[in-house]
Design a protein around this ligand. Structure first.
Ligand code: GTP
Ligand code: MG
Length: 374
């Protein structure tokens, strides 16, 4: 694919957007042999696509913000994708600053991960409310799943209605499903001979990728913003697979008394400090084991059994994670609340009687209380 924006004819990888080069195999965009034209992909994309190889790369964040700011100077329709499993962790709160007056569609992706019983109208209201609280300005909210092909008729309709003579820019945090979503979208708009590269690991797309549409406009894939407050950016690639759910969540309900603690593997800890006997529901990946103990014994258990009974992480990997911070919350009597741990999931407190609780998670990981999603 040739570079349109700067006018020169640099050849780019049609999988990740990196400028193709034949000089240095260790650098982005390496390809053993360059073709003069036509879609071609770099060796890294070839390996991710064919061997599921892990190959995340960090895009320089200043470079990224510069890229985002370019959108504000153009006539664009922006699709802002967030990951429903990590809503508060993946949403770009300052987006308006970058995209100027261009219209934004908020696409809430990965809805296939919610339990089958979810009430979609209620979910839509929840998203609307959260977006409002976070100051997100959006023309439209679309709930979708790029993986399971849900919500796409709606999304395509919204794009068609609002596109006019604009290019479409797809932006979001890493790993929210931007490239997967575009691969789905363009089956309707263009005959692409090479799909965008997608992978389970954050940091797959490395630069803007301009995909020509049939009418001369473009849909543009962008690299994800790295938010260090997401657990998914902290763990090893092996543990990432365990914390990211692949299948619909099967929540686990615990009837707890005050003075009890639950460990989520060795990745986080939930203390029920004070309150009447009540239930708490854990929404985390099915690959993580939960372990119940007494609050008074929790420190000792962690000290002695991290990496074994309490895993992931392994003891060795745990040494590379930041020390834990303790976040204390008072769940008010009233509506149900989630104690949300970015990238790891959330714990729902039903709010019938109120409670004092605490969440322990590595320093820097976003932990907040929010009104319940489910
Ligand atoms: N469950 C589920 N997984 C999804 C969905 N969409 C994408 N994924 C998965 O999320 C992971 C990341 O997808 P990508 O399309 O590479 O994400 P991206 O936003 O382009 O990521 P970067 O290029 O790293 O910023 C992959 O494992 C996808 O299969 C979805 O709707 N549901
Ligand atoms: Mg991508």
């Amino acid at each position: 694919m040739t570079e349109r924006l700067e006018g020169s004819a640099v050849l780019r990888c049609s999988g990740c957007g990196a400028v193709l080069q034949t000089e240095d195999p260790a650098k982005a965009g390496y390809i053993p042999k360059l073709k003069e034209e036509g879609a071609q992909i770099c060796r890294r994309c070839f390996r991710i696509k064919n061997y599921n190889e892990v190959s995340s790369a960090a895009v320089d964040q200043d470079e990224f913000l510069r890229m985002l700011a370019q959108i504000g100077e153009r006539k664009a329709l922006v699709i802002h994708i967030v990951d429903l499993f990590d809503f508060q962790g993946s949403v770009i709160t300052g987006l308006q600053r970058f995209v100027g007056n261009n219209p934004v569609i908020l696409a809430v992706n990965k809805i296939d991960l919610l339990p089958k019983v979810t009430n979609w109208n209620k979910l839509r209201n929840w998203v609307q409310q959260q977006a409002k609280e976070l100051g997100i300005k959006t023309e439209e909210i679309v709930l979708c799943s790029a993986k399971k092909n849900l919500g796409f008729d709606r999304l395509l309709q919204e794009v068609a209605d609002r596109r006019g003579d604009r290019d479409v820019y797809v932006v979001g945090a890493t790993n929210v499903g931007k490239s997967t979503l575009i691969n789905r979208l363009i089956t309707d708009y263009s005959d692409l001979d090479e799909e965008l590269t997608t992978s389970r690991y954050p940091g797959t797309t490395l630069d803007m990728v301009n995909i020509p549409l049939d009418d001369g406009h473009f849909i543009v894939d962008t690299p994800g913003i790295v938010y260090p407050s997401r657990y998914t950016e902290l763990v090893t690639s092996g543990d990432l697979v365990k914390i990211m759910p692949e299948k619909p969540l099967k929540p686990t309900v615990y009837q707890l008394d005050e003075g009890q603690t639950l460990f989520i593997g060795g990745l986080a800890r939930f203390d029920f400090i004070e309150g009447a006997h009540q239930s708490f529901t854990f929404y985390t990946s099915g690959s993580l084991r939960l372990h119940r103990t007494k609050l008074g014994r929790a420190d000792e258990l962690y000290e002695n059994h991290l990496g074994e009974l309490l895993s992931p992480p392994s003891r060795e990997d745990a040494e590379d994670l930041p020390e834990w911070t303790r976040h204390e919350f008072r769940v008010p009597k009233g509506g149900a609340q989630d104690l949300f741990i970015s990238g790891l999931g959330w714990i729902k407190a039903n709010g019938q009687t109120g409670a004092k609780v605490a969440v322990h998670a590595p320093k820097g990981v976003k932990v907040i209380m929010r009104s319940a999603l489910v």
